[in-house]
Design a protein around this ligand. Structure first.
Ligand code: MSP
Length: 650
């Protein structure tokens, strides 16, 4: 049986888990499930990195011993994963006894080989990065990531002859194009190695400065540098060196990290493996950074996004779908509430949710929720078959290539295609006209398509996909994705179906456009409890308003006279709208992702003209343009005939 061994970084225990950690771990889980669903034997590893300066310092600040401190934060991680529906095969801690033994063993081996020597070094040490930075890496004398001046440290230490393996590593990367992906990160590493600038790696810290670490087996006055310690976890977890199936697991090893730790994984780690005489891991998958409204997440900025809160709003499945669909793997992505809700509502509540709801509701109405007895599995229309087969094949290829966003887009070709198929075949008309055979073919075909979608979604949204499969009378446990890609069939005759689906009730949109602040409401006294209980998902109709309230809105048609981007906000335009006043109204609108300035200029739009003016991203906005989010984007609300600028809607 093929194996798949996927790892996340082991996270530092100096900060609580946030959206970024959850993203990597959820992607690893999705890959693990995907490979398991392809019939492979899977090992999914995550854990915590607990030694080193950073942790010792954080513990001292908290008035705890490093171990007490590490226990506390490590458990926040180990408890979060099951709460997010993740079940790693092992949660490793660098304070685990088997790991400490493995680190010592590795150090001794490399030392005995002559690849570790004692020497003196002075350099710019950044505590945040837990490593010495080269002159070249500094920007205006500061660490580019942590924006602090590194300490200049000169001391005697042990060094790993990393430079010795530079050529061998470069050759390996060149001979194995898929070793680091996506390509931009591979190129980055190749240029670094080609520049020949690789130094040896300082792998110890004198105990006079730091005691919180694994003692060097060959010198009790030193502890191990945290990266040399941490990277070994990938070997410890699969039983290096003695476990009989270690070689088989190691042969299947794939790492998943963000770009912040590319160098340790693409350079330190493979050279360490070469020194240990071990094969290199199979692949390094590198993703970009989640930003929050274009800014790095940080405690001091107060913009840290809590994964549990997101899961409470959109469900675990909604959160996973958002992560995988929204971030182009390898590039940075921006988290905004609007994108989160918009993506959920457009893709899940509208496209997929509606498809499932209406298909099951029609099957209930026309056939009493059972696929009719005389319908044949190979009856599906040819076009539908081709669409489904292509979508599933593309999904599989792209997902295996870690291109999750494109994979889901490919699958949505089928979701949208099925909605169109249902619209075009109009089962309600077939029913009215009594064309029962044709109606059965159409319904069984559409249901067969939905089954394919649900099967492919199992690694992405395990909960929702399994529920949908049950609603379709399918056994999720029996699904193998390789088989799914082999062909398309209508749902077999006699399959019992659920009468309704209702998997993805719409989420509330927090604000109309990109940067509108959430309305300020007074927190109830017991706000923490209320937050726990209040369902963020509010299905059903919106609040009713009196006519008098509605009549307060001044809705006018206007003509767009000019459009300009808003600096630093990808989704926003400043739009000037002529509504028959002396000068055009200036409105900031979240339309930039959907329309070019040329497409908007000259268009008739509906404006809420008496909205109080306010500043968005420093630009004054006086009014709001109305638009509709729909399956494939956004549409402007306009009049069916050309009207004069300023005409009022009543
Ligand atoms: N302890 C080291 C890793 C050692 S692995 C042998 C470490 N820990 S960390 O806590 O800083 O975690 C960094 C990782 O967390 C990133 O590589 C990424 O997987 C995840 N992320 C943290 N913040 C993130 C974002 N804002 N966006 C995406 N992922 C991020 O480095």
């Amino acid at each position: 049986m093929n194996r798949f061994f996927i790892t996340t970084p082991i996270y530092y225990v100096n900060a609580k888990p946030h959206l970024g950690h959850a993203y990597t771990t959820i992607v690893a889980d999705a890959l693990a499930r995907f490979h398991a669903l392809c019939g492979e034997d899977v090992f999914f590893l995550t854990g915590t990195d607990e030694h080193g300066d950073k942790i010792a310092e954080a513990a001292a600040k908290a008035g705890q011993t490093p171990k007490e401190y590490a226990d506390g934060i490590s458990s926040l991680f180990s408890e979060l994963w099951p709460a997010l529906g993740l079940a790693p095969t092992r949660f490793i801690r660098t304070t685990d006894a088997d790991h400490i033994a493995a680190v010592k063993r590795a150090l001794q081996l490399v030392y005995d080989k002559g690849d570790i020597y004692f020497g003196e070094y002075g350099g710019h040490y950044c505590k945040g990065c837990e490593r010495f930075l080269t002159e070249k890496e500094l920007v205006d004398g500061l660490c580019p990531d942590h924006k602090v001046k590194p300490d200049y440290i000169a001391e005697k230490n042990y060094f790993f002859r990393m430079s010795k393996y530079q050529g061998q590593l470069l050759e390996h990367i060149k001979a194995n194009p898929g070793f680091i992906r996506p390509r931009q990160y591979r190129s980055e590493v190749v240029s670094l190695l080609e520049s020949g600038a690789l130094d040896d790696l300082c792998i110890s810290r004198p105990k006079s400065r730091l005691t919180w670490g694994v003692e060097l087996p060959f010198d009790p006055n030193f502890v191990t540098y945290v990266w040399f310690d941490a990277l070994i976890n990938y070997l410890t977890a699969v039983g290096w060196p003695d476990a009989p199936d270690f070689p088989a697991w190691w042969d299947a090893a794939e790492h998943l990290v963000a770009k912040d730790i590319l160098k340790p994984h693409a350079v330190f780690w493979p050279t360490m493996l070469l020194a240990l005489g071990l094969p290199l891991y199979r692949r390094l998958n590198v993703h970009g950074y989640w930003l929050v409204r274009d800014t790095k997440m940080s405690k001091s900025l107060g913009n840290v996004v809590e994964p549990k809160e997101l899961a409470a709003r959109a469900g675990l499945s909604g959160l996973r779908y958002f992560f995988l669909r929204e971030m182009v793997f390898g590039a940075d992505a921006n988290f905004t509430d609007e994108a989160f809700v918009g993506r959920f509502n457009a893709d899940l509540a509208n496209d997929l949710g509606n498809l499932a709801n209406r298909t099951l509701a029609m099957a209930a109405k026309y056939f009493g929720s059972v696929v009719p007895a005389d319908v044949a599995e190979d009856c599906a229309d040819e076009e539908l078959k081709q669409l489904a087969e292509a979508a599933v094949a593309n999904f599989m290829t792209l997902f295996a290539a870690a291109q999750f966003s494109r994979a889901l887009d490919a699958l949505w070709e089928l979701v949208r295609g099925l909605n169109k198929y249902v619209d075009a075949m109009a089962p309600w008309t077939l029913y009215k006209e009594g064309r029962t055979d044709r109606l059965a073919t159409v319904m069984a075909g559409a249901l067969g398509g939905l089954r394919k979608v649900a099967a492919c979604l199992l690694p992405v949204m395990p909960e929702a996909a399994a529920t949908l499969l049950v609603q379709l009378g399918q056994d999720a446990a029996g699904i193998n994705l390789v088989d799914e890609a082999k062909g398309f069939a209508a749902l077999p005759a006699g399959t019992a179906l659920a009468a309704t689906s209702n998997l993805f009730p719409r989420l509330d949109v927090p604000a109309r456009d990109e940067v509108a602040p959430a309305p300020k409401t007074k927190a109830p006294k017991d706000s923490a409890k209320a937050k726990d209980k209040a369902p963020a998902v509010k299905p059903g109709p919106a609040l009713e308003v009196d006519y008098e309230d509605f009549a307060k809105l001044d809705l006018r048609l206007g003509t767009v006279v000019s459009v300009a981007p808003v600096a630093g906000a990808d989704r926003l335009y400043t739009v000037a709208v002529d509504i028959g006043e002396d000068a055009p109204r200036q409105v900031v609108a979240g339309l930039a992702e959907h329309f070019t300035p040329e497409e908007l200029t000259g268009r008739q739009v509906t404006l809420v003209a008496n909205l109080k003016p306010r500043k968005l991203r420093g630009v004054l906005s006086h009014g709001m343009i109305l638009a509709v989010r729909h399956a494939s984007g956004m549409a402007l609300v306009t009049a069916s005939a050309s009207v004069a600028p300023g005409d009022r809607i009543s």
